[in-house]
Write a protein that binds this ligand. Structure first.
Ligand code: KG4
Ligand code: ZN
Length: 337
């Protein structure tokens, strides 16, 4: 018998609903929230309100696209954290009510777990799935981790940032440069026309498999402050080279630790996940590493890199198969544990 799961994602500023049939996506609808653009970052109160407006239309649309009736659903999976509390509460409350109304199980999903399990969505264009054990560089707006994945539910953080996340670094540098939010995709776009070796930024010396990005952010800030004293139009004239150099440095910091993790664990199956895995430079660096080191690399489809409910639905599916249902009194959490 087929299993249909409705996935709900509302951890930050995207409201998303997806319908999954077994491990195949029938619909993955995402409503972005433009309301934050003028503030240069996500405003939590506005995000909660926008989720409240979007959630029902987004779910309706997903069910329409999937061409299924809500009574065919077997479970509702929702993001229970980490993320913004007000945003999470909207998705969680909706999921609880809908599961009660339909009399079907509720499944809670960890957002970062879901970024990783997005690799297991059945897709004709990407038939190859990672085999256990594999390494996953999980890079998003709030997290930067190297995970050792032994099984769908057995994963260990073997390295992580001690300060800023890599996505946060893209966004903060973009803000310093006066680029619109979210800065990551903007820097990626500008970097394609710039010289990655134009400006040398220092690399942090952090032991083990951990990362640090706050030093890079500060050196970009000081570097630009000094250049702007000589030429007030420096950023405008050099935004491509600045973007390419910053992006190159972030990717080198990430890749050097990923190479170290592969050497130390002897694992050569390596995946990337999370919003920053949409970055064209990081994707290319992974492909280069496949050539250079013979890694088997797994790069998520673009629509499953940044936040989406398809990844929540697939994780919910595996938890549902295990019989891991959530109680109605489950409450969202804001930080990763
Ligand atoms: O996973 P995600 O969509 O949301 C969180 O869970 O945080 O990741 C969002 C982060 C943001 O910092 C955004 O700037 C970054 O991913 N991002 C990118 C790109 N697309 C999204 N960073 C660099 N290059 C991109 N193409
Ligand atoms: Zn995310």
């Amino acid at each position: 018998m087929d299993t249909y799961i409705l996935g709900i994602e509302s951890s930050c500023d995207d409201t998303s609903a997806a319908v999954l049939k077994n491990n195949k996506i029938l619909a993955n609808v995402i409503a972005n929230q433009d309301v934050h653009k003028i503030y240069g970052g996500v405003v939590p109160e506005l995000a909660s309100r926008a989720h409240q407006q979007n959630i029902i239309p987004v779910v309706h649309r997903a069910l329409d696209i999937a061409k299924i009736n809500k009574n065919q659903l077997n479970a509702i999976a929702f993001t229970n954290g980490p993320g913004l509390l007000g945003s999470l509460l909207v998705g969680a409350s909706f999921a609880k009510s809908f599961s009660l109304a339909l009399g079907i199980p509720l499944v809670e999903v960890n957002h970062m777990h879901a970024h990783i399990l997005a690799h297991f969505i059945e897709d004709e264009q990407q038939p190859e799935k990672p085999e256990f054990p594999f390494l996953c560089l999980t890079v998003s707006g709030g997290h930067t981790q190297i995970m050792l994945i032994r099984d769908y539910f057995d994963m260990e953080v073997i390295g992580q940032t001690i300060d800023d996340a890599s996505g946060e670094t893209f966004d903060k540098v973009a803000k310093i440069m006066g680029l619109p939010y979210p800065g990551g995709p903007m820097i990626d776009k500008l970097a394609r026309e710039g010289n990655p070796c134009a400006i040398k930024f220092p690399h942090p010396k952090i032991p083990g498999l951990d990362f640090s990005f706050s030093g890079l952010k500060t050196s970009v800030l000081y570097y630009l402050r000094d250049r702007l004293r000589e030429d007030p139009d420096y950023i405008e004239k050099n935004k491509q080279d600045i973007s390419a150099s910053v992006q190159h440095t972030i990717i080198e910091i990430l890749m050097s630790k990923l190479r170290k993790a592969a050497r130390e664990t002897g694992i050569r199956q390596v995946a990337i996940a999370g919003g920053v895995s949409a970055n064209s430079g990081l994707r290319q660096a992974m492909l280069n590493e496949r050539e250079a080191s013979g890694w088997q690399v797994y790069i998520p489809k673009f629509e499953y890199s940044t936040d989406n409910a398809a990844m929540i639905a697939i994780t919910g599916y595996y938890k549902f198969l295990k019989g891991e249902h959530a109680a109605q009194d489950v409450t969202p959490f804001t930080r990763y544990s």
